[in-house]
Design a protein. Structure first.
Length: 304
């Protein structure tokens, strides 16, 4: 995403709620409150919750609503400084050294200062977020931090404490204006309290039926009203049983979209069974519904 025309931060909880709503995100007042406070206090926002409940979308909508650049750091096991912060363009540096040698340059310090200059520095998301840009402080999304190793989490703690990184060859690079930081985690492991203390915390839960239906009306406007109601009712009941992975809001939207593409105006057992792979992503969960759980839930939905 490129920078747009940066807009002023919301001045109230209601303005924050309106910003999210304008971006198509159906939020409750609790989320709007913690987001407003995070922006005003210039503290990172730590969003925790199950996969698929819309945590990442909050950062995207926030960036679009404020006209800021969105910089995303997708975390994974083995993520290190060279992938997340910066690295040197070694190939270009070697060419520079060969050219200097061919030109007869023998001064070692002069050669080092030449190859270890910003010209050869490759900026990764962390450094990009700290350096910002003409569009104002960017929104820096640190996505699924629980997937990264604890060593990287400790490094990130230092970055978020002072909004600076140290590049030995260049010195310390500080943010003139701290980025708007949003951290998400699916809670596959616990994040250390030291990092959480620097953030404002919010648990993003599955929406209730009313909010999920409103989300569907925005995201899948072509869906039949009756179909949308039955899809939401089915998913809400599905989350009450013990599944390996309950469907998130993203799966609800995908299922409603798929059923609409198939021309369905109501939910029936055959279509539900044929499209269950859109809603559930583990065979054990699908098999459980095929053994009778799905039919029971559908009967309850139809009974109203």
């Amino acid at each position: 995403m490129t920078e747009g025309n940066p807009r002023a931060l919301p001045q109230s909880i209601d303005e924050t709620l309106s910003l999210l709503t304008a971006g198509g995100y159906v939020a409750d007042r609790a989320l709007a409150t913690v987001l407003f406070l995070s922006l005003g206090m210039k503290r990172p926002l730590f969003l925790e919750g199950e996969a698929g409940v819309g945590k990442t979308e909050i950062a995207k909508v926030l960036a679009a609503g404020l006209g800021r650049r969105l910089i995303r750091l997708q975390c994974y096991e083995g993520l290190d400084v060279s992938s997340a912060v910066y690295e040197w363009n070694y190939a270009a540096q070697m060419i520079e050294i060969r050219m200097a040698e061919a030109a007869g340059t023998t001064d070692r310090s002069e050669m080092e200062s030449g190859v270890f200059s910003e010209k050869y520095l490759i900026r990764r998301p962390v450094l990009e977020a700290l350096e910002g840009g003409l569009g104002g402080a960017p929104v820096f999304l640190i996505d699924e931090l629980d997937r990264a190793d604890e060593a990287f989490e400790a490094y990130l703690l230092e970055v978020l404490s002072d909004y600076q990184v140290s590049v030995p060859e260049l010195g310390t690079i500080r943010a003139q204006e701290p980025p708007i930081v949003v951290i998400t985690t699916n809670r596959t492991r616990e994040i250390h309290d030291a990092l959480k203390r620097r953030c404002l915390y919010h648990w993003v839960d599955y929406p209730d039926a009313r909010r999920e239906l409103e989300i569907l009306s925005r995201k899948v406007p072509d869906a039949n009203e009756r179909l949308a109601g039955e899809v939401v009712a089915f998913v809400q009941k599905l989350r009450e049983i013990d599944l390996f992975k309950a469907p998130g809001v993203a799966e609800t939207i995908d299922w409603a979209t798929a059923l609409t593409m198939l021309g369905r105006e109501t939910l029936d057992a055959a279509t539900a069974a044929e499209t269950m792979g859109v809603l559930l992503k583990y065979q054990d969960d699908i098999a459980r519904l095929e053994e009778g759980e799905g039919a029971r839930i559908l009967d309850e939905v139809k009974a109203g």
